[in-house]
Design a protein around this ligand. Sequence first.
Ligand SMILES: Nc1nc2c(c(=O)[nH]1)N[C@H]1C(S)=C(S)[C@@H](COP(=O)(O)OP(=O)(O)OC[C@H]3O[C@@H](n4cnc5c(=O)[nH]c(N)nc54)[C@H](O)[C@@H]3O)O[C@H]1N2
Ligand SMILES: Nc1nc2c(c(=O)[nH]1)N[C@H]1C(S)=C(S)[C@@H](COP(=O)(O)OP(=O)(O)OC[C@H]3O[C@@H](n4cnc5c(=O)[nH]c(N)nc54)[C@H](O)[C@@H]3O)O[C@H]1N2
Ligand code: SF4
Ligand SMILES: [Mo]
Length: 693
Amino acid sequence: MGSYVRTGALTSSSKPLKHDQELRPSICCLCNGGCGIKISLDQDGKIKAVFGDPENPYNKGKICPKPMEISQTLYGPYRVRYPMKKVNGTFERISWDEALDLIAQKYNHYLKENGSGSIVGITSKVGGSYSKLAHSIFSSLTGLVNYGTGPICTDSEVNVRKKLFGDGSGTSPLSDVLNSKLLLIVGNNAAQTKAGQFHWITEAKRSGTRIVVIDTRFTETAQAADLFIQIRPGTDAALGMALLNYVIKNNLYDPTFVSEHTNGFGRLAQDVSSFTTERAAEVTGVPQNVIERLAEDLATLRPGMLFEGRGVVCVNNAGASIWAFESLMAILGNIGKPGSGIISHINNTGGISNLIQTKDVMKPDRKRSSSTLYKDMLEGDVKMLLISGNPCVTWPDSARMRTAVKGLDFVVSHTLVLDDSAVLADIVLPATHWLEEAGAQASVHRVLQWKNKVVDTLGEEKSGGDFYRLLAERMGLPSSYFPDSPEAAWELERKYNKNVAGISRERMLATPGGIHFPCSEVGKETVRLFPSGTFKTSTGKVELSGVSDAPLDYVDTTEAPGNMGVSREKYPYIFSTNKVASHYHTECQYSDWANEMEKPYVEIHPLTALEIGVGEGDQVRVETVAGSVILPAKITLSVPRGFLSTQPYFGLQSPYGQVPANTLFPVAADPIGGNLVSKNIMCNAKAEGGQES
Ligand SMILES: Nc1nc2c(c(=O)[nH]1)N[C@H]1C(S)=C(S)[C@@H](COP(=O)(O)OP(=O)(O)OC[C@H]3O[C@@H](n4cnc5c(=O)[nH]c(N)nc54)[C@H](O)[C@@H]3O)O[C@H]1N2
Ligand SMILES: Nc1nc2c(c(=O)[nH]1)N[C@H]1C(S)=C(S)[C@@H](COP(=O)(O)OP(=O)(O)OC[C@H]3O[C@@H](n4cnc5c(=O)[nH]c(N)nc54)[C@H](O)[C@@H]3O)O[C@H]1N2
Ligand code: SF4
Ligand SMILES: [Mo]
C-alpha cells in the first residue's frame, strides 16, 4: 500500500484500518498532478482516510498531505451547504428555486438593459469536466466573458508558446524526464507544488539526468538538484538571452533543426548578440563561469527538457523570459523527441466547437483586458458578477478588487466556502467539491484519467453542470444543449472536441494512468506534441522571432510594469510570493492540519532582518505603492538579502484573518504575455510598531 493519511488522531482505542475492497478509487484534482488516490469512508459516508493509489503509474502510491486536509474543508464550519441571500447585510437561507429565479431575472434584466458585457464571470474554479462544459455552453448562449485562471496563472506562458509553436500547452509529459539527459527547472518549486509527482524528478536524477534549478529561493526542489542557481529576482530573461547568445556564437545549437523547422533565427541571434555571459553575470548575480557551464551542458546533454513555473510566468517581464528559454530549447532541437520539450502545469484539453447552432450563439458585446476589468467594475460598466474562485484574495490589488466587487449591483458566488469573495455576494450558492462530482481530469503528464465521485453531498450542493443548466432553463435559453450528468457531458465533449474524441470513459477506467491527449481516435494518442517537427503556426515552423513585433529584450524588473517609476529610496526591497506543500490556494486554509504545518509568515534574510530591526516571529509591515500588510518574520538564509517572500493565499475570512498578500500588488500586466503580476514588486519593510527603517 502507498502512503496514506488518516483523518482522526490515533487514540489508544484506534484499530488498524482495514485496507479492503471498500476503498474507493479517484483522482486528486488539486494541483494538476493527477495523483491516483483511494478513499476509505466511515459508516456515515464521510472520508476516514486517503491513500495514494499504488496501482496508479504516475504517483505510484505517493501523495502529499493536501487531499487529506480538504476533508476538513468538506465537513468544516466554513462549508456552504445551502443557498443564501443577503438581506440587510446578513445571509439568510433560501431555496435553490428562489435563488435561481432571482439570478435568472437579474441576468435577463442586465442583458436587455446593459448588454452582455455588463455581466462578467470570474470563474477560475468552476468544477470538473461536467461543470466546465456546462459553463462553456452557458457562456456561448449568453455572451458571457469569463476570466479563468489565465490572468493570474498561465496567460504569459500560453500566449508566448502560441506565438512560438502555435499551441499554448506544454509539449511533453513530466514522466518523459526519465528519457532526458538534462532537466532545467526555472521558477518552479515542484517538490512542493507537484509533491506526489516529484519522484519522477528524483528518479530521473538517480538514473543520470542532470537536474538544474533556477530560483530566487533555495527551495526544496533546489535541494534535490545537481545544480542550484540562485538568481536575482526578475532577471531570468537576461540569463536566458545570454544562454542563447553563447549557444549561437559557439555553434552549439542544432543546425538541422534550425534550418528545417524554424523561422527568424537570424533576428533572434541579433536580438541577443549584445547579451554576453559577462553582462548577464552582472545583471543576474550568477557567476559567468556557471552560466557558461550551463550553456555547455545544455548543448551536450541532449535531449533536454524545460519546466517553467510561476516564478517566471507571473512576473512583470515574464514574456521575455519565456520567449528566451523556450526558443533556447527549440534551437537546441529539444522539441518533439522523447526526453525533450516543455513540461507545463497547464492541463487544458481544448474547447468544443460547433455544438451550439449559430442562431443560438450570443457574441459578447464588449471585451476587456484583465487589467481594465477593475476600472470597468468600479465605474459601473459592469453590473453583475458570477464568481467561482476567490478573486478578492488571488487577484492583485485585493483592496481595489474588494471595493470593485462591493460596488456592483448584483454578485453571485458559487462556492465551497464563505471566503473573502463570497462574503461580498448578494447570493451565495453551495458548490459540490471535486470528490462529490465525477469527470475527466487532465494532469501534468498530458493524460486524462476518469475521476469517480467518492462521497455524497451532505447539504444542497450542486455542481456547475447542474447550476448552469438550471439557470439556462429559468432564463428561457435553449437548455437542451446541456448534458445532465458527467457521463453524458463527456460523450458530448468527445463529439465536439476532436482532441479527446478517442478517449472514452471506459478506456480511461480500463487504463491505469489514463490516456494521453490529444487523441482524435482510439490508438492515436499523442504522448508529446510535434513529433514530426511540424508546428501549429501558420508556417508550420517555430517562429523564433514571432512573439512580438519588438525585439526580444531584457527589461529590469524594477523598470517594468508595476515597478516602473517607483522610488528605490522609498521601496528598496523586492517582495514576492511562493506556494508551500501543505496549502492549496483558498482550499486548505480551513484545515487544522494544514495550519499546523504552515502559517502565514514572510521569509526574510538575516541581514535584512537586522537592517529593519526584527527577530524571528516579530511582526513586519511590508509596504508597496498598492498597500501594506503585516506578517510575522521567518528569518532564513534561503532568500537573498533585500528579498521577502510569503504565501499568497490567506484571506481575511481564513482562520487567520490575514490581509491578503495580493494587497501589495498593483494591477500591472506583463506587456508581452499578459499575466497580471503577482511576484517581484518593490517594497519597503519595517518592524511593526518599532523604529523606522
Ligand atoms: N500573489 C500571488 N497571487 C497568486 C498566486 C501567487 O503565486 N502569488 N498564484 C496564482 C495562481 S497560480 C492561481 S492558479 C490563482 C488561484 O486563484 P483562484 O482560482 O481564485 O483560487 P482558489 O483559492 O483556488 O479559489 C478557491 C475558491 O473556489 C471555490 N471552489 C473550489 N472548487 C470549486 C468548484 O468545484 N466549484 C465551484 N463553484 N467553486 C469551487 C472555493 O470555494 C474557493 O473559495 O491564484 C493566483 N494568485
Ligand atoms: N502546495 C501547492 N501546490 C500547488 C499549488 C498550491 O497552491 N499549493 N497551486 C498549483 C498551481 S495553480 C500552480 S500554477 C502551480 C505553481 O507551481 P510553482 O510554479 O512551483 O509555484 P510558486 O511557488 O508560485 O513559484 C515557484 C517558484 O518561483 C520562485 N520565484 C519567484 N520569483 C522568481 C524569479 O524572479 N525568478 C525565478 N527563477 N524564480 C522566482 C519562487 O521562489 C518559487 O519557489 O502549483 C500548483 N501546485
Ligand atoms: S501532489 Fe497534487 S495531485 Fe498529488 S496528492 Fe498532492 S495535491 Fe493531489
Ligand atoms: Mo495556478
